[in-house]
Design a protein around this ligand. Structure first.
Ligand code: 6PG
Length: 274
């Protein structure tokens, strides 16, 4: 495949996602782009992020984004911060608020910390103030307390009344080769949480606790952007896209209520798709 994207699903609203594709197709909420490799995904995601940040800041003066852990988005963070590339200088950094979609219950300096990864690859390199950065405070906290505290932070930041749900402009997500996303794993009660914005969960496969935004919050985003790379994701992605084994994978619960969902998938991860 050359570097031209192979489209699955509509691209009509991709332009609204800040990507000027110019192609008009039938409207769908969920759109897929299969791109050549991780580098292509990263560049396309940087284009989307930058366009959305510019548009939202121009429209309402602020851009809210929840960041994902994992290795795939890390290359995006580095690209956004890269002084040699165009994205950094276009992004209105001082108007962006950064949140996390999930966190491991470890100190910030721990190698597994999503905060540490994002801080090292992005936030420490761009002109943002501490008050724009909203990490999930796990250090020295009981996991339930940490989860509750982040929920309160979201309620306050979004000035929510009873029944309100945080509305992030952009939720950035990855997908594990077991179909998890954020820290929502198969078989977890967290998958069924409808009231709380944030939950703590003990993940048996890692023998550790994690904190995650819940499905209602993720699905209330204006835009959801999945970055998926690697052949080890191909089987799950095929099931997710073709709707087989419905309900088996947490990522299948991510369906935007009013927003848009865009998947940027590399050729390896998309290798089993029709
Ligand atoms: C995390 C992420 C997690 C990640 C997937 C995919 O904290 O690890 O939130 O959901 O997105 O595990 O990770 P890769 O992109 O590294 O495959």
């Amino acid at each position: 495949m050359n570097d031209k994207t192979a489209l699955i699903g509509a691209t009509s609203e991709v332009a609204d996602m800040g990507v000027n594709e110019g192609k008009k197709m039938s409207k769908e909420k969920r759109k897929f782009f299969i791109l050549e490799d991780l580098d292509a995904i990263t560049n396309r995601a940087a284009e989307i992020f930058t366009n959305m940040a510019e548009q939202e800041v121009k429209r309402k003066g602020v851009f809210t984004v929840t960041l994902s852990g994992g290795s795939t988005p890390k290359s995006l963070y580095s690209l956004l911060a890269d002084e040699e590339k165009s994205f950094r200088n276009r992004i209105p950094w001082e108007k962006i608020h950064f949140f996390w979609g999930d966190e491991r219950c470890v100190p910030f300096e721990h190698p597994d910390s999503n905060y540490r990864m994002v801080n090292e690859s992005l936030l420490s390199k761009v002109p943002v103030k501490a008050e724009q950065i909203h990490p999930i405070m796990t250090a020295g906290m009981d996991v339930e307390k940490a989860s509750e505290s982040y929920g309160q932070l979201l309620t306050s930041f979004f000035s929510l009344e009873d029944g309100g749900i945080p509305n992030f402009d952009l939720v950035l997500l990855g997908m594990g080769d077991d179909g998890h996303t954020a820290s929502l794993f198969f078989g977890s009660d967290a998958l069924n949480e409808k009231r709380l914005f944030v939950v703590a969960d003990r993940i048996s496969k890692f023998n550790s606790h994690r904190i995650s935004l819940t499905v209602p919050v993720l699905n209330n985003a204006t835009s959801i952007l999945f970055l998926v790379s690697g052949r080890n994701k191909a089987k799950v992605l095929k099931d997710v896209i073709h709707g087989t084994k419905q309900g088996l994978y947490p990522v299948q619960l991510i369906v935007p209520v009013n927003g848009k969902e865009l998947w940027l998938v590399d050729r390896d991860a998309g290798s089993l798709l029709d």
